[in-house]
Design a protein around this ligand. Structure first.
Ligand code: TYD
Ligand code: MG
Length: 457
């Protein structure tokens, strides 16, 4: 008797397993392995056989093609994150927590795009057309010639798209769509994979830009399939803290542009507004200089961005002192604490350490090391740093400071926002055109002496 082989797939990381288990070996997630109907059987034979195919045409790299004709969607921050506008025949995945504003952003983008005279279709599997219209009213977009549909059956959607031939399609969200030849529920790994595959194929074949919305699980992966990330050309994450009005659109993969670009938005009562000067916004709530507060001059993508780093160090009542980080990497915090302890003699043993990047921003640059160290020591010593000072530099395990990129741009931005002094690693060439007083330091210990004087910690 032919036994049907079932596949077991982890809904968190997409790994496949031979049998069911309580915990996925690959990503360590509990209770995430689901039984899946196997994908349609592949071709029968073991090899492709002797039958001849058609000879394909090969070409060289010196092509005379015009550059891809990008079209702007009218939201400048979004266009920049995309690498300069939408590329036709591309598939874009926009991921983010539920309620962060994905539908709002994409409805605004679709409307602006449609107002440029191109054809745009917005398909929602989550909201009824009347709900979308209500949202559009609130956003003041009712005049835009966007065509709406509320549908989840992919076959019907594709048939409609074939007939309509739009320039841009938004599918909100990929987890609600289903294809009828697969037996599992919408949102399961095989459905999401099949839907993404059909839609990317459609995008390539018909020259349409397709934007897929994907929800993210609590640990930040696009629910179910990371496989979708491999299928599309561009992956954008929309993130932000729920209590804050800032939203950040971050490119994590982009076949047509830089992959570390960010766009900053502000959620208001009438939709998302672009923030053209994010540094000013991130620093606008800053109080007067306080212990533990340091301004880091960072770079996000191609743009300098100043953010405030806050630290709090307090005597711990616990056996294992607490280390809490928001907006930065916790492994990196442990590293900085260890370096401060062994190379500069500042001990944090028996103390709770809290670190926060203000405004709901997330920083991944190693250049923030020195600013973090400064915030920690300032909090530990209860001494505040001058309010007109910015800090950047990467710390190595030896306690030395490593040079970082784009120092000029960082200094220029700081100058623009009214800062006058900076600390930077010494092994860096700096043109003296920025108008800032830059103090160069060799290692963390020197930095501490320069900044806080002789300390005994
Ligand atoms: P939404 O775009 O529905 O989120 P997602 O599609 O990512 O799940 O955003 C919903 C949130 O945005 C909701 O909490 C209300 C808020 N919001 C505003 O603050 N102002 C607005 O104009 C709109 C449309 C939504
Ligand atoms: Mg939504």
């Amino acid at each position: 008797m032919a036994k049907q082989t079932l596949a077991f797939t982890c809904s968190a990381c997409g790994a496949s397993h031979k049998k069911w288990a309580g915990r996925c070996d690959t990503c360590g997630e509990w209770n995430s392995i689901q039984e899946e109907a196997p994908l349609a059987a592949g071709p029968k034979g073991k090899t492709i056989g002797a039958a001849k195919g058609r000879k394909i045409e090969l070409s060289d790299l010196t092509t005379k093609d015009a550059p891809l004709p990008r079209s702007n969607c009218g939201i400048e921050e979004l266009d920049r994150v995309l690498g300069g506008g939408l590329v036709p025949a591309s598939a874009i995945l926009v991921g983010g927590d539920p309620g962060i504003g994905k539908s709002t952003l994409l409805l605004q983008a679709t409307a602006k795009f449609a107002l440029t005279g191109k054809k745009a279709i917005y398909v929602s599997g989550e909201e009824a057309a009347s709900q979308i219209r209500m949202r559009a009213q609130r956003l003041g977009l009712t005049k835009a010639p966007v065509q709406l549909a509320s549908e989840t059956n992919l076959r019907d959607i594709l048939t409609t798209l074939e007939a309509e031939r739009p320039d841009l399609v938004v599918i909100d969200s990929i987890q609600t769509m289903w294809v009828d030849h697969i037996d599992s529920a919408p949102g399961s790994v095989s459905q999401v994979r099949a839907v993404a595959h059909e839609l990317t194929t459609f995008a390539k074949k018909r020259g349409v830009a397709v934007i897929l919305v994907g929800h993210v699980t609590k640990d930040g992966q696009i629910a179910g399939p990371r496989v979708v990330e491999h299928m599309v050309d561009t992956v954008l994450y929309f993130e932000g803290e729920r209590g804050h009005q800032f939203r950040i659109l971050r490119a994590v993969k982009n076949r047509f542009g830089p992959a570390d670009e960010i766009g900053v938005f502000q959620m208001t009562g009438s939709g998302l507004e672009e923030v053209t000067n994010p540094s000013a916004l991130f620093l606008s709530d800053r109080e007067k200089p306080a212990p533990g507060s340091v301004v880091f001059a960072g770079i996000e993508g191609t743009r300098p961005l100043l953010v405030e780093i806050q630290a709090l160090v307090a005597q711990s009542a616990l056996a294992n002192a607490r280390r809490t980080v928001v907006g930065w990497d916790s492994g990196r915090l442990s590293m900085i604490l260890a370096v401060l302890e062994s190379r500069a003699g500042v001990s944090f043993a028996g103390m709770d350490v809290y670190l926060n990047v203000a405004g709901g921003m997330r920083i991944s640059e190693p250049a923030a090391d020195l600013a973090v160290a400064a915030a920690l020591i300032s909090a530990r010593l209860d001494m505040s740093l001058p309010g007109d000072l910015v800090i950047f530099g990467e710390i190595s395990l030896s306690g030395g400071l490593r040079p970082i990129s784009q120092a000029e741009a960082r200094l220029k931005e700081a100058k623009k926002l009214g800062f006058s002094g900076a600390f930077a690693p010494s092994r860096m060439k700096l043109a003296s055109t920025s108008g800032m007083t830059v103090k160069k330091v060799n290692d963390v210990a020197t930095f501490i002496t320069d900044c806080f004087g002789d300390i005994e910690a």
